[in-house]
Design a protein around this ligand. Sequence first.
Ligand SMILES: [Zn+2]
Length: 163
Amino acid sequence: MGGKLSAPRRERIHERQWTDVFETHEEDVSGFNERFVGCEDELSSGEISCTVVEEKCYDPQDATLTFVEGDDDLDFLCEDYKSLRAKMSCGHAVTPMSLTIWCRHLLDSGKCNFVCGQTDCDVEWPFEEVYKMALLTEEEVEYFEKTVFSNAGKDYLGVKSLC
Ligand SMILES: [Zn+2]
């Protein structure tokens, strides 16, 4: 009668430290069905990042892009983005992130067109090129268009139309 209280079980917990496990990850993730797919999923599982910003990467299979070796010409903050570098029409190499940030910077400084950020390069990129190469999300496209129009409007009403 009466339940005998068993002595508390002692469990020995071995704490395992998984440091640097799975640090490397393959690039050949199949399932890049959409062009606008980012790489926020498994690709970054091994990294601890404080920022929530997902990094956009080019699809290595995308035959419409010209991939190049070397530096990201628009990576002014030296973020060293993971994505492959692709060539813009002006010949400079970009990643989706660096291009997005650069164009955002242009818009935020009141510009309504997208020009290359390299000092020796004043090439203006067509919107379609920026949209495609920056892998803009729907939200970003919306923001870009809104800002371009608003900047263009200001310009038009203000000094003179340069756009
Ligand atoms: Zn350029």
